[in-house]
Ligand binder design. Structure first.
Ligand code: GSH
Length: 209
């Protein structure tokens, strides 16, 4: 398998955790997002959005981190990243989508770059990104109100955790105060003890700066 990514990309970070949890090896192919390498024609031919990650495996290509993770789950079911119960699965997916569909996309590099191009001052752009993170994480915290943990949804890490941990890293980069999210920090602390999460961290990647 080949994973096109970038060390600081939180969407790639999600997939790296999923691969590690499932004990799968992938060759990591970095694209330097700040240098615009995601828009090279050769990369656009496999990912028309010019975003990372993209997974390639024996002639197949999959874009979008959640689609990649669902595909890994279906083709390599052990250990599971989703619970067995349909309602619990829906709740885990809802949590993951708060992060991946409604929080991360409004603070990704492309959006922040466009705001700068439209004349928004750098501090205001950072405020915007921090606001998006606070809003999304507040919803995530509420979704876990009745979950005892230690992970987001139960005794083992899953799809919710692999979305949460990279998003908390983003929130810190934008200066978000996280003390108001104790349940999320508890899940993050549990994940920190797991090698699959530690090995996927941005600073452990070959292209880390
Ligand atoms: N919804 C996509 C988001 C992908 C995405 O936004 N990736 C970011 C890095 S985390 C990216 O490639 N940004 C490049 C850019 O904004 O130009 C996914 O989950 O894969």
């Amino acid at each position: 398998m080949k994973l096109h990514g970038y060390f600081r990309s939180s969407a790639s970070y999600r997939v790296r955790i999923a691969l590690n949890l499932k004990g799968l090896n992938a060759e990591h192919l970095p694209h330097h997002l700040r240098k615009g390498e995601q828009r090279d024609p050769a990369y656009l031919a496999i990912n028309p959005q010019g975003l990372v990650p993209t997974l390639q495996d024996h002639g197949i290509t999959i874009t979008q981190s959640l689609a990649i993770i669902e595909w890994l789950e279906e083709t390599h079911p052990e250990p599971p990243l989703l619970p067995k119960d349909p309602l619990r699965r829906a709740h885990v997916r809802a949590f993951a989508q708060v992060v991946a569909c409604d929080t991360h996309p409004v603070q990704n590099l492309k959006v922040l770059t466009r705001l700068r191009e439209l004349g928004v001052a750098k501090e205001k752009v950072t405020d915007w990104a921090a606001w998006a993170n606070r809003e999304g994480l507040a919803a995530c915290e509420a979704l876990l109100a009745n979950e005892t943990g230690p992970f987001c949804f139960g005794e083992a890490p899953g799809m919710a955790d692999l979305c949460l941990v990279p998003q908390l890293a983003n929130a810190r980069r934008f200066g978000v105060e996280l003390a108001g999210f104790p349940r999320l920090l508890k899940a993050e602390a549990a994940a920190r003890n797991i090698k699959a999460f530690a090995d996927a961290a941005p600073e452990r990647q070959p292209d880390a700066e």
